[in-house]
Write a protein that binds this ligand. Structure first.
Ligand SMILES: Nc1nc2c(c(=O)[nH]1)N[C@H]1C(S)=C(S)[C@@H](COP(=O)(O)OP(=O)(O)OC[C@H]3O[C@@H](n4cnc5c(=O)[nH]c(N)nc54)[C@H](O)[C@@H]3O)O[C@H]1N2
Ligand SMILES: Nc1nc2c(c(=O)[nH]1)N[C@H]1C(S)=C(S)[C@@H](COP(=O)(O)OP(=O)(O)OC[C@H]3O[C@@H](n4cnc5c(=O)[nH]c(N)nc54)[C@H](O)[C@@H]3O)O[C@H]1N2
Ligand SMILES: [Mo]
Length: 764
């Protein structure tokens, strides 16, 4: 299908006038005071605050407007003039609020006071801060620590996260899952095995040195738009961008930069992707294997004719392990298998391989399209295999570039938020704080929900997030929340998860980091780590939404002190009053990363985190970078050949949401208006099923565990997507995702390859 066939698809490029208009609309909708458009000027600046939206890098020489449509929306969302006060809860019972649309819950505004659920009146009622801390602490003291889960959603600062992990461990558990468990955990596992670090190795300066970039399963125009600046500069230098994505994403095709008058005023915008390959959902391992095969075969020919090697054999010999084994596997792989599993013709992979072989320095960017699969970790290993063939790791202009999600999700893992004890500096913490940390493995998100279904979780403490909506299998997991004795939500706004709980539930309203944080020790700053492993300081620039709101460190310190009491060697009050004391402790735990952090955190462009793979030091078991042979080419061991009518559902984001926060029901880029209950389908798949544009269908998960998973009321939209693959929105389609449908090694839910069938109007 050509682009023109989609009459209502967004006709403009990423950025551009549409983006300016969308920003103006949200500022108006949220009644964010006009002066706050000036607030945007402080966004992602060395002397300002770090955006609360995505985690893309913050340059040393920022643009005048170093923000994007998504960031501006997220800022307006936090700075809204609307408030949810105790009067609001007086008017609405929880049962009534449970009937509201998700959008309307958050749209009601910022929470202003700590609230406690009162089962007698079915209402949230105000509770003084200290009383809330004392009651939560008293209850936690009665519980088995292994039955309490501390979730972090990815936005909270390094300081808050450090405090939370220490509190949880002093309390007695490693149950510290975070949103990474549903996101880039496949990266953390896969990159660590292959190159010895669990994060990407590419910095902003690599963009200036690269010869070629790939994009696998990441939708830059929607999800990390500030990155378009670097992509556009690279394109101007003639750097090709090769994209693998099942959907023809308008946001990956063209861009117009709102900061460039020329781009805005000329109709001919610049092309982003120079090649666009519509790989089948879950077909990336096969596609990358095809490129590897072409590289290795070209190298074999060079060896036999005495030509220049195509494989960087010096790198391979000096720095890697397992090459011969991998090369044998690749040579033996059949084109039939590769073409069938990737859904791409050999010629397409040849076009990509030709560019790859020509380029001296190559970056591979990737996102949820690779990690959220049953074979998500294998996809990440394949990215490394391809890079390593030509020495594209640890050299300028090259490397793996996982584009992280939440603004500090990478940093939270860096400062000890992890359920895996081997990744936390437990011995150091034991020494530094004179306690015996728990050594047993904690629960990841999937494990926490499995345990919840088994009745083994007593309390959830959530630092942000909206787990009722974001986790798989909502229909099974939602009722399990009612059995939790205690739920505590540290949050800015009201969301669905606050309405699904057991007898004791608390809403503790926290400052957004856009707001000025005043403590006894003066105005406080915090820090975070971006997607390129650079740390940045951040301080608020506007007055808090209400004087009764507290900061995240204040709240964590309050609960920790009330729970641990005399048992704790930490002076939580002192940490609460002055966060620089927390940074001093961070620097004792990790001197290499955080020495002199108090001043270094304000370095324009951020402080680079030391990553051995950047220097070609490999912290793997063998001490070398590892070539890894894939276990299978097919994506989904649950599915093949089971049902000829099966479709693979990818659950996607629009530009009008940040995860479970829905700003509006439109998807500007994909040309969808007014509803998110939509399924994007290939016209041939529609025809096969007798479906027309706008027909309403249901989807049912194909699984044989006896559980019915179904979502109805979905409207079909023809879209340029390969046959057999369909797209729907996250979180609306989450009831279709089985909890056990996750990547084997990382437990990241396979949200991009859910096997489903169409069911119409109540029929099966
Ligand atoms: N505006 C906005 N920004 C965000 C977010 C948001 O919700 N809204 N969320 C933040 C978070 S937490 C995250 S993790 C990131 C997510 O950002 P992305 O990684 O971009 O995530 P998605 O939008 O879920 O999906 C990415 C792309 O993967 C493609 N895809 C699906 N399946 C496959 C496949 O099998 N192979 C390939 N090659 N591609 C596939 C889809 O078509 C889609 O274009 O964005 C962050 N930034
Ligand atoms: N089917 C499907 N499921 C998915 C995905 C998918 O692509 N498909 N993506 C997965 C991914 S990548 C992720 S990251 C998860 C996200 O899952 P979650 O972390 O559960 O969800 P979010 O929507 O990011 O959390 C939003 C809530 O955080 C709170 N919040 C906002 N700002 C702040 C703040 O500054 N401080 C605090 N304390 N709270 C704040 C608000 O209450 C807001 O409602 O979902 C995952 N689930
Ligand atoms: Mo994410």
């Amino acid at each position: 299908m050509s682009k023109d066939d989609k009459s209502d698809a967004y006709p403009y490029a990423s950025g551009g006038w549409g983006s300016v208009k969308a920003v103006a609309t949200i500022l108006l909708q949220e009644k964010a005071p006009l002066k706050d458009s000036r607030v945007l000027m402080h966004q992602n600046k060395p002397d300002g605050f770090m955006c609360v939206s995505c985690s893309w890098a913050k340059p040393a020489d920022p643009h005048t407007f170093e923000f994007c449509e998504s960031g501006a929306k997220a800022t307006a969302w936090d700075l809204t003039a609307k408030r949810v006060t105790p009067d609001f809860f007086e008017l609405h019972t929880v049962s009534e609020l449970a009937k509201w649309h998700d959008h309307d819950l958050e749209e009601a505004g910022r929470l202003t006071e700590p609230m406690r659920y009162d089962p007698v009146t079915d209402r949230y009622v105000p509770v003084p801060w200290q009383e809330a801390f004392d009651a939560i602490g008293a209850e936690l003291r009665t519980l088995e620590p292994a039955s309490v889960v501390f979730y972090t959603s990815g936005r909270a600062s390094l300081e808050t996260s450090y405090m939370l992990q220490l509190f949880a461990r002093m309390y007695g558990t490693n149950n510290l899952p975070d949103s990474s468990n549903m996101c880039h955990e496949s990266t953390a596992v896969g990159l660590k095995e292959s190159i010895g670090v669990g994060v990407g190795t590419v910095s902003l300066d690599d963009f200036e040195k690269t010869d070629l970039m790939f994009f696998f399963g990441q939708n830059v125009g929607t999800n990390s738009p500030r990155m378009l600046h670097q992509l556009q500069d690279a394109r101007k230098r003639g750097v090709p961008i090769i994209t693998f994505n099942p959907l023809r994403e308008p946001g990956l095709l063209h861009f117009a930069n709102p900061q460039s008058p020329v781009d805005m005023l000329t109709p001919s915008d610049t092309q982003i992707s120079t090649q666009y390959h519509q790989v089948k959902t879950g077909g990336d391992t096969a596609a990358i294997l095809g490129i590897c095969k072409l590289v290795i075969e070209a190298d074999d020919r060079a060896v036999s004719t005495g030509g220049a090697r195509v494989v960087d054999i010096d790198f391979v010999r000096e720095h890697t392990n397992g090459y011969e084994n991998f090369a044998q596997y690749v040579r033996a792989a059949s084109w039939d298998d590769i073409e069938r599993e990737s859904g791409l013709p050999r010629a397409a992979l040849e076009a990509a391989a030709d560019e790859y072989i020509k380029a001296n320095a190559v970056i591979i960017h990737y996102g949820m399209g690779l990690t959220q699969h049953r074979m998500g970790v294998q996809n990440v290993r394949m990215v490394c295999n391809l890079l390593m063939l030509r020495g594209n790791v640890g050299k300028p202009g090259a490397g793996p570039s996982p584009i992280r999600g939440h603004s500090n999700v990478q940093g939270q893992r860096t400062v000890g938020i992890t359920e895996k004890p081997e990744l936390a500096p437990l011995d150091q913490l034991a020494k530094q704080f004179s306690f015996e940390p728990p050594r047993e493995k904690g629960m990841s998100i999937v494990e926490a929900f499995e345990a919840m279904l088994d009745g083994k979780v007593n309390a959830m403490i959530n630092l942000g997030g909206n787990l009722v909506r974001s986790v798989p299998d909502r229909i099974r997991t939602e009722p399990a929340w009612a059995a939790l004795g205690l739920t505590v939500n540290v949050t800015t706004k009201l969301n669905r998860s606050h309405l699904v709980h057991g007898p004791r539930s608390y809403l503790l309203p926290c400052l957004s980091r856009i707001e000025i944080d005043r403590q006894a020790g003066g105005e406080q700053a915090v820090s975070m780590e971006d997607s390129t492993a650079h740390f940045h300081g951040s301080h608020g620039v506007v007055e808090p939404a209400a004087p009764t709101i507290r900061s995240e460190p204040f709240i964590i310190a309050g609960i920790a002190k009330a729970t641990l009491g005399e048992q704790s060697s930490v002076d939580w009050d002192a940490w609460r009053d002055d966060y620089s004391r927390v940074r001093v402790e961070m620097s004792k735990t990790w001197p290499e990363m955080f020495h002199d952090f108090e001043s270094r955190m304000w370095t324009p462009g951020g402080v680079i985190r030391p990553l051995p793979a950047r220097q070609r030091e490999w912290k793997t078991k063998s001490g070398k970078a590892e070539f890894m042979v894939p276990a299978s080419l097919g994506e989904d061991p649950d599915m093949p050949g089971r049902e000829p009518n099966a479709l693979r559902l990818m659950t996607l984001r629009s530009d009008s949401q940040f995860n479970t926060t829905i700003y509006s029901l439109d998807d500007r880029f994909r040309g969808i208006k007014g509803s998110r209950m939509v399924i994007l389908m290939n016209p041939a798949d529609m025809e096969k099923r007798g479906l027309a544009h706008g027909d309403i269908i249901g989807l049912e998960t194909i699984a044989d565990d006896g559980v019915e998973r179904r979502v109805d009321g979905l409207s079909v939209v023809p879209f340029d997507v390969p046959q057999g693959c369909i797209g729907g929105y996250y979180p609306e389609c989450n009831p279709l995702l089985p909890l056990w449908h996750y990547a084997k090694e990382s437990k990241v839910p396979g949200a991009k390859s859910i096997p489903v069938r169409v069911v119409t109007a109540g029929a099966r």
